[in-house]
Design a protein around this ligand. Structure first.
Ligand code: KG4
Ligand code: ZN
Length: 349
């Protein structure tokens, strides 16, 4: 079975091909991403109208390249999968409509994929043995989720952010410090040269027994710290060291909360496997500290390779592959939904 996945929920236009192997583990034949980050950086964030226009111009080329790299023709594709939400509605429509049109003309099935499910499954793309029951920590620009995963489509929400997502906290603090968009990688880079102990930023809800998160207080804490460092309150007047220390403090505050809550959730559920995914899982310090915490507790940690942490279509094709295996196809009139929820995640623990 050859699955073609299309991702266009935000500022990456991506197409990937995934095919099953005799071994039973599917293989990513190609994963092409055309990023619009340099364009949106000019505006300090994603401009939805620009994103959808660019998806529309970039998608045909990305599709062609993905097929070429995979050495396959569009006629070889058995299933067409695309992100149906959550995301920017006009951006989602581009990839989704293309996938539906291709499925219609090729007379092949279509599958609408939840973008967060793509992230959630991404650590297992290259995992020997494939998807296993586990605790998922999904940390992206729009969501911070702890999910009890029993199998494909069997998801129980344990905790989520009550305000800003972890990635959003990185991005908003970076914006306040006038660092380029997206803030996560930028803060990460500077944090590597900073002292994480210098500023005692809040770790909201870290000791509370529930598994929800709150990250919005971080930007307020940084806002109040700025004038204590420079009278002007202008981030451009900060010394290099002050800036790096602020970044290190913010990064560590976010990591501490993610770590503590994930370990708490593993204890509660009894899971011996934790998978971390989403753009923030690209963060090297998070990966290292999570690995150390899991080692101490004899928990297996499954991480996606860096190129599958931020938005990509391999995770969408892989999710499509797993759904296709259980005959879970979508009608062609399935709408896109900018606020799409993950199946079953409405049920609180
Ligand atoms: O999963 P993703 O590509 O898109 C969404 O579905 O939202 O995640 C993007 C988020 C952004 O907030 C970005 O700042 C963050 O992931 N991010 C990082 C790093 N790389 C990307 N955050 C922390 N450290 C990084 N190295
Ligand atoms: Zn994403």
């Amino acid at each position: 079975m050859l699955v073609l996945g299309i991702e266009s929920s935000c500022d990456e236009t991506a197409v990937a091909l995934v095919e099953d192997q005799a071994s039973g583990t599917p293989r990513v034949l190609s994963s092409v991403i055309s990023t619009q980050i340099p364009l949106h950086r000019l505006y300090g964030g994603v401009i939805p109208e620009l994103a959808s226009r660019n998806h529309s111009t970039n998608l045909p080329g990305v599709l062609k390249e993905a097929l070429q790299q995979a050495g396959r023709s569009i006629h070889d594709v058995d299933v067409f999968a695309s992100t149906a939400g959550p995301g920017l509605v006009a951006a989602l429509l581009v990839g989704n409509t293309a996938a539906k049109a291709l499925a219609l003309t090729a007379r092949k099935p279509f599958i609408a994929i939840n973008h967060m499910e793509g992230h959630l499954l991404s650590p297992f793309i290259d995992h020997p043995g494939g998807l296993v029951p586990h605790l998922a920590l999904v940390v992206s620009g729009g969501h911070t989720l702890l999910i009890d995963v029993q199998g494909i489509g069997q998801y129980r929400l344990l905790g989520r952010s009550r305000d800003d997502a972890a990635g959003e906290a990185f991005d908003k603090v970076a914006k306040m410090l006038d660092l380029p968009y997206p803030g996560g990688p930028e803060i990460d880079k500077r944090a590597a040269h900073g002292d994480a102990q210098r500023f005692a930023f809040p770790r909201p809800m870290i000791h509370e027994p529930h598994l929800d998160f709150s990250f919005s207080g971080l930007k307020t804490a940084v806002l109040y710290t700025l004038p204590t460092l420079v009278e002007s309150g202008n981030p451009h007047d900060l010394s290099e060291q002050d800036m790096n220390d602020l970044c290190a403090g913010v990064r560590q505050a976010i990591i501490d909360v993610l770590l503590r809550k994930a370990m708490h959730a593993a204890k509660q559920t009894g899971h011996k496997v934790i998978a971390v995914s989403g753009g923030v899982s690209c963060n090297k310090a998070l990966r290292e500290q999570m690995a150390a915490a899991c080692r101490r507790r004899n928990i297996e940690l499954v991480l996606p390779p860096a190129h599958f942490t931020t938005d990509n279509a391999a995770m969408i094709a892989y999710a499509g592959y797993l759904h296709a295996q259980i005959g879970d196809f979508s009608p062609l009139d399935t709408p896109v939904d900018p606020n799409l929820k993950l199946a079953g995640t409405q049920i609180r623990a």
